[in-house]
Every structure is written in C-alpha cells, then in structure tokens.
Write a protein that binds this ligand. Structure first.
Ligand SMILES: NC(=O)c1ccc[n+]([C@@H]2O[C@H](COP(=O)([O-])OP(=O)(O)OC[C@H]3O[C@@H](n4cnc5c(N)ncnc54)[C@H](OP(=O)(O)O)[C@@H]3O)[C@@H](O)[C@H]2O)c1
Length: 385
C-alpha cells in the first residue's frame, strides 16, 4: 500500500533529471553491451546526492553505484527520499544480486522509473515488489527513447537472435594507417602497432569477457599468451584457438604456466573432428582441451558451430583477437556485433589491409576517440535480418 501522506510524484519535476541520466548513461554503451545503458540518481531534500551508471558488462548496476555515491555524500540514509532510474530495477539474480532488493533495503519512499524491464518474464515485477512494500512508484513510459539509445541491447534481444542464439562478439584489432595488422619489420619489434595506453585498455577489456578467440595463424606468428596482466586482474577469460589442423605447438606460450602478476584462462583448441590423433593427444597432455567440429565450405572449423558450442557452455561475451584471416571470415559471416579498432601512428605494414572491409560495414552506433597517440573506433554492427 502506498503511504497516503507521501508527496505525489510529478512527471514534469523529474523529466529533466531522467533525460540527463539517460544521456550520461549512454557514455558507457560500448562497455556495457549487450546490456542496456542505465542511469540512476538518489535525491534528498529535493537535490541529487548521488548518481550512478551501469559502467561495464558484469559490473554493478546503476542503482548500486548511485547508492554508493549517495553514501559518499554523507547525507544520512534516513533522509534519502527519491530514487530516479532510467530502467526498472532488476528483480532476478543475474551476474549481480537483484537491485530491487537493494532499493527496498534502503527504505526509500519514492521511486521514478523511466522504462519497464524489456524482458517479458520480469516486466513490472520490481514495480509490484516496491508498491507492495509501500513505495510510491511513478512509471514514465520512455520505452521509445530506450530503444533508440540501446541498439546493442535491442539486437541482443531480437527474435533473430532468439531463434539462433550466439555470444556477443567484439572484434578488436590494431591496424596501421593503411589498415594492415602487422607493422613493418622495424616497427614495434615487427609486432606492436598500438601504444602502451591502448594495450592497457585491451587488458581491461579482456577482463570483461568470458572468452578470447584467436586463430592458428596468430598463435604461430606471435605466440601470444592472451592473459590478463597488471593491477586490475579480474576472472581470466578462457582462451580459444581456431586451429583446423592442430598446427598449435604443445610448447606454445599459451600452454605454459602463467607468470607472476598475470592470470590465464583454460586453453581450448577448436579443430576438425578428424584432426591428427597424435597432435590431439600431445595438446591434451600439454593442458589444452581439444574440441572437434565439422568443417565449413572452406574445410576449416565451422564458425557458427563453434559459437553455438560456446553459447551452450554459458559463454555470453567474446573478444575476437584474431589476425586478418579469422577477422575476415567472421565479418563475411556477420558474426561480429561490435568493433574496437586501434589505428596506431604507423605507416605501411605487412599483410592484407582490412581498410576496405571496414569501409563496407554499416554501423548502428559509432564513436571515434583518441587513446593517445592512437585513434580508436568503437561501433556496433547492423544486425542482419
Ligand atoms: N594487429 C592485430 O590486432 C593483430 C591481431 C592478431 C594477429 N595479428 C597478426 O596477424 C598475422 C596472422 O594473421 P592470420 O590471418 O594468419 O591469423 P589468424 O586470423 O589469427 O588465423 C588464421 C587461421 O585460423 C584458422 N581458422 C580456423 N577456422 C577458421 C575459420 N573458420 N576461418 C578463418 N580461419 C580459421 C586457419 O588456420 P587453419 O586452416 O590451420 O585452421 C587460419 O589460417 C600475424 O602477423 C599477427 O601478428 C595482428
């Protein structure tokens, strides 16, 4: 039952704040995808004492961050009056506990919600829980604006995706100014294109995916470890190598013990079901899991089958860190949802250029930014119907 003494909420008084929160939450769209962008604020005495946003995939929700910010303001919780949030608080356990419980625990009296939970299984559930607990709830229907802002989330929830689910794939690469992925031999030890700042960003991104995918060509050329290094170590993503003929050496650095200060996830090698048995055993003995798949029309591991397998294993967000061959086959098969492309301050390079493929892509959202001295393109790719 709603408290009859409570001041009645009015749309006109909260709309400007709701608009601001929506706008500010959008800054994080490439970090949270395919989750939606959400902003929240807590008010006391008619003024905002804390704002919070969903900032990255798997991270705390906006309400939780707003609560933390409001606590940091020093205003006593008993004085908190109103929560404004752009999306109905979650009412089910996901990667984080249900936010509606955190809101109820505050004892706050009024909540403004900008949009109902888009998941029909949970739509309106938090509102009911709040109202049953005596909280006055004002729902302002901002669903049209929500859809406009959340291309990634809408694609993720689309009927096409529901019919054939697969993880969200972020293709990340570093290219020279001419679009090549391998620098000239005398630059960056013949291997590095992007600068240290960009490499640090990639470490953070690796910590926010379930799996890193690469190809046998990259493992052969660069012998990468695909680990998380540095201060902000999260859970290590699994490391998947697409390797139709088991060219990966059992002594590859991927399969060595991780070094101090780094974490590395399980190594899984995707190969053809009939691949060489001796190589298969040697890789298993070296610590890899080897999984056999059907071949595609080119006789290589079938990418749709590989992603279906990952989906069934509970993988939801993938970082594709392959070379030009694997990236091109993902782009051709429309298996990329999001891009993060670093263009380094390097001229020329070796190998094919991805410049033309990039120019032919259609984006639903795009951000060009700097990560000095590199430039960075972030984008969502149009979902094929
Ligand atoms: N700048 C960057 O961001 C970046 C990132 C990674 C790599 N690189 C550079 O890229 C170069 C290596 O390029 P790459 O193209 O050879 O490596 P890649 O794209 O990582 O690996 C390609 C290999 O993956 C295997 N593969 C398995 N299934 C596949 C499928 N369905 N479609 C496509 N490939 C499949 C194929 O080998 P099998 O036929 O044997 O299975 C193919 O030759 C190196 O010079 C490396 O330094 C640059």
């Amino acid at each position: 039952m709603t408290d009859p003494q409570a001041k009645t909420l009015e749309k006109s008084s909260v709309q400007p704040l709701l608009d601001e929160l929506r706008e500010e939450a959008l800054c994080h769209r490439f970090e949270v995808a395919p989750n939606p962008c959400v902003g929240a604020a807590i008010l006391a005495g008619g003024r905002v004492i804390g704002r919070g946003y969903h900032e990255f995939w798997g991270g705390p929700h906006a309400e939780v961050n707003a609560i933390e910010a409001a606590r940091a303001s020093g205003v006593k919780e008993s004085e908190w009056e109103l929560l404004v949030v752009t999306l109905e608080p979650c009412s089910s356990e996901g990667k984080t506990p249900p936010c509606v419980e955190a809101v109820l625990a505050l004892g706050i009296k009024q909540v403004v919600i900008g949009c109902l939970d888009p998941d029909p299984r949970h739509r309106g559930a938090a509102i009911k829980l709040l109202e049953d607990a005596g909280v006055e709830v004002l729902h302002i229907d901002e669903s049209a604006k929500f859809e406009e802002d959340n291309d990634a989330f809408c694609a993720w929830m689309s009927p096409t995706r529901e019919r054939s689910p697969r993880p969200w794939v972020i293709a990340k690469w570093a290219q020279t100014r001419t679009g090549q992925l391998t620098p000239p031999e005398d630059v960056g030890e013949g291997r590095w294109i992007s600068a240290e700042n960009s490499q640090l960003e990639v470490q953070i991104l690796r910590g926010r995916v379930d799996v890193i995918v690469t190809g046998a060509g990259t493992v052969k050329a660069d012998d990468p470890r695909l680990t998380l290094r540095g201060a902000s170590l999260g859970a290590a993503p699994k490391r998947v190598v697409l390797d139709s003929y088991l060219r990966t050496s059992p002594s590859a650095r991927l399969l060595q013990e991780v070094e101090d200060g780094e974490v590395g996830g399980e190594v899984i090698i995707f190969t053809l079901a009939g691949a060489d048995g001796a190589r298969w055993r040697a890789l298993v003995d070296a610590g890899a899991k080897v999984v056999g798949f059907h071949g595609d029309e080119s006789g290589r591991v079938s990418l749709p089958d590989a992603y279906q397998w990952l989906w069934e294993e509970g993988v939801r967000r993938v970082l594709l860190e392959g070379g030009p061959e694997l990236l091109s086959s993902h782009l051709e098969k429309a298996l990329v949802d999001q891009l993060r492309v670093y263009t380094g301050d390097v001229f020329g390079g070796r190998g094919v250029s991805l410049g033309q493929s990039l120019a032919g892509l259609e984006f639903t959202a795009r951000l060009d930014r700097e990560c000095a001295p590199d430039s960075v393109l972030e984008a969502f790719l149009l979902e094929e119907e």
